[in-house]
Design a binder for this molecule. Sequence first.
Ligand SMILES: Cc1ncc(COP(=O)(O)O)c(C=O)c1O
Length: 411
Amino acid sequence: MTRFPIEQVRAQFPALDNPAIYLDNPAGTQVPRQVSAAVGAATTDAASNLGGYFQASQAADAIYERAHEAMAALLGGASGSEITIGQSMTMLTFQMSRSLGRQWGPGDELIVTQMDHEGNVSPWLHLAEERGMTVRWLPINRDTWRIEPSDLAPLLNEHTRLLALNYASNMTGSINPVADLSRLARSVGALVYVDAVQFVPHGKADVASLGCDFLACSAYKFFGPHLGILWGREALLTETYAYAVRCAPQAPPGRHETGTPQTELLAGVAAAADYLGWLGELTGASGSLADRIAGAYQAATAYEMPLAQQLIDGLRAIPGVSVQGITDPRQLAQRVPTVSITHRGHRNSALARALAAQGINVWSGHNYALELARRLGLDEREGVLRIGLAHYNTAEEIDRTVAALDALLRH
Ligand SMILES: Cc1ncc(COP(=O)(O)O)c(C=O)c1O
C-alpha cells in the first residue's frame, strides 16, 4: 500500500501550523484552506439571495445546488433533493421530529438508545412527552460496546413508529450494525433515524446499503463549516409536513429549509466534500466525487486506525487507566479512532486543563452522551477524558500525548 501523504494533508490545514496538538476532533475538526477560501469567495462573489436574474444571485443558486449535490455524493444519496441543510444536526433533528410527530399520538412508540448523543435523544423525548407517546430505551451491550440486534428485537412491535440510533458513539467510538438494526426496525414498519455525526469524519456512509430513512451529520466534524446535514428519502421529505412559510418551496430540497440559506457556509460544505475528493485522488482514487471520497476514507482509515491502536496501547500501559470502549486490535474495524478513558484518582476536567496548558487539545465530560455516562457508572459531570484522532494527526503527536498523560497520572 502507498504511504499516506501526511505532509501534503497537513499542509492543507493552516491551523496545524500552530504548535498545538488537535485531538479534540470529535468535537470539531480543523478546516482545510480550500474550505476557508470557498467561504471567503462566496462573501464577495455570491452575497445575494437566491433566485434573482443577476450574476451574484445566480452564483448563490449554483452554490446552493452544488452543496446539496456534494452532500448526496458524500452520503450515498441519489440526488441533492434528498438533502436538507440547516443550522446543526440537533436543530435539524428537533425540526424533523416535530414534522414527523404530527401524525403520532398516545399508543405510538419510539425507541431511543442509551448510547446516543443527546442530539438524537432529546428531540424524541420532547416529542414523546408532547404527544403522549411511549419511549423505549435500547441498551448498549457492555461486552461489545454497541447496540445489538438481539436487544432491539424485543422492543419492536406494531406500534413502533421510529428508531433513533447513532452510527458511531461520540464517547466509546464503537460503530453500530446500522444495516441490521434498520432492517429489523423497518420490518415492523418503523422509520429509522441515524445520527452519523461521528461516523462521517472517518467512514463512507452509504444510505442505500444502510437502509435507513434519515441520516444526519455535521459538516464541522468533517472539515467543513458549522452546518448540519440531513439526508432523507425524497418521498418522505415530500410527504412529511413542513414547518415553513406559505410561499416557500413546497418540494425538497427547499421544503424543510425555511428562511434564507447560509450561502457562504454552503460553499464551505461543498468545499469540504471537494477536499475529501482531493484526498481520494492524492491516494490513488479516481472517478466520480463519490468514488474519490470513498477512496479518501479508505486511505484515511488505513492511516488513522493504527494510530488509534497506538493510542489505545499507550493509554492502557499507564497504571490505573481504563479505556471506555473496544481495545482489542482484532476488533478495530468496529470503532472509530475516538478513545475515551477514565482514571480512579484524577478528575477528567483537571487532566484536560493540564493537557491544554501543554498545548494538547482534548475534551472531558459526558460530551452530551448523557445516558451512556450514566450507564457506564461514570461521574456525570466528569464523564471521560476524550482523545479523538483525525487523519491529520501523527504518531509523534500520539506519543507526546501519551507521555504527557503518563506524567500527569503518575503524579
Ligand atoms: C454523535 C453526535 N451527535 C450529534 C451531535 C450534535 O451535532 P450538532 O452540533 O451539529 O448539533 C454531536 C456533536 O458533538 C455528536 O457528537
